[in-house]
Ligand binder design. Structure first.
Ligand SMILES: [Fe+2]
Ligand SMILES: [Fe+2]
Length: 266
């Protein structure tokens, strides 16, 4: 019998980006339709399989994204597209890596749903840049995203603290500005996709937040202090304001967690 971990390993081991995104959605449907499916066990690789392109470069070398041309818009959307591909792998890595941490089945339901939505986000953006004549891999991308995953591969609490509660929460801060930018130039199709993503990403931050608190409660540790410790240890640099306190609040993420770790607080 296929287990949830088998499905997760298949997705993580698929190099083609569009295929990975499609498999993510198919696996989520299989999990929902098969209540008897077991979670299983797995040892995911340190890095998921990826296509040869895009070229991975340092964040400072990233191409400029000014202007309104289709190419400029595709460049901007491609950066988000690359994040979504990472997010697919991050969701399934969360499923497969921490099977001995004593989580209830609901934990897996939640991350499967995240993986499903990341697959959807990838497809929406890939189709949109396709309308501009571009595809995933046509622009360089930066490789900072898997670092946090790698450095937290042995500790689910650290992983929850950094991936959904720092990286995905950062998405909540920057996406409204991008929506405005696309709406201002009349590109409502792109703006609408980003609105869907923003809405669902609030849920991903909420999911990470909920399971982080679940772990802290189980171990009797102070969640705020522990979150700040985990972020200091596993995330390079300070958190970047301005924060979308409204969206973060909708994810039950209070500002007294993250403001003390931000640039403005020093
Ligand atoms: Fe996403
Ligand atoms: Fe997400």
């Amino acid at each position: 019998m296929t287990t949830l971990c088998d499905l997760a390993l298949k997705i993580l081991g698929t190099p083609d980006a569009a295929e990975k995104a499609a498999l993510s959605r198919i696996a989520a449907r299989k999990w929902r339709e098969t209540p008897s499916m077991e979670i299983g066990e797995a040892e995911p690789a340190d890095r998921p399989s990826r296509p040869e392109k895009p070229e991975l470069i340092s964040p400072t070398e990233m191409p400029r994204r000014r202007g309104q041309s289709e190419e400029a818009r595709a460049t901007l959307l491609h950066a988000v597209l690359h994040i979504e591909l990472n997010a697919i792998d991050l969701a399934w890595d969360m499923v497969a890596r921490f099977t001995d941490a004593g989580f209830p089945r609901r934990f897996y339901d939640d991350w499967v749903q995240v993986g499903d939505e990341e697959g959807k986000h990838f497809k929406l953006l890939a189709d949109r840049i396709g309308e501009f004549g571009f595809a995933y891999g046509d622009f360089p991308a930066h490789d900072g995203l898997w670092e946090a995953a790698y450095s937290t591969r042995h500790d689910v609490v650290a992983r929850l603290a950094v991936v959904p509660m720092v990286l995905e929460a950062r998405g909540l801060d920057v996406t409204p500005g991008m929506i405005k930018r696309f709406a201002k130039i009349g590109d409502n199709a792109s703006a609408d996709i980003l609105k869907i993503i923003l809405e669902e990403e609030i849920g991903h931050v909420a999911t990470g937040n909920r399971w982080f608190h679940f772990c802290c409660e189980k171990s009797g540790i102070d969640p705020k202090k522990h979150w700040q410790e985990m972020v200091r240890k596993n995330f390079k640099g300070l958190l970047k304001p301005p924060f979308n306190e409204d969206a973060r609040g909708q994810a039950d993420f209070p500002s007294d967690y993250y403001i003390p770790l931000s640039e403005t607080y020093r």
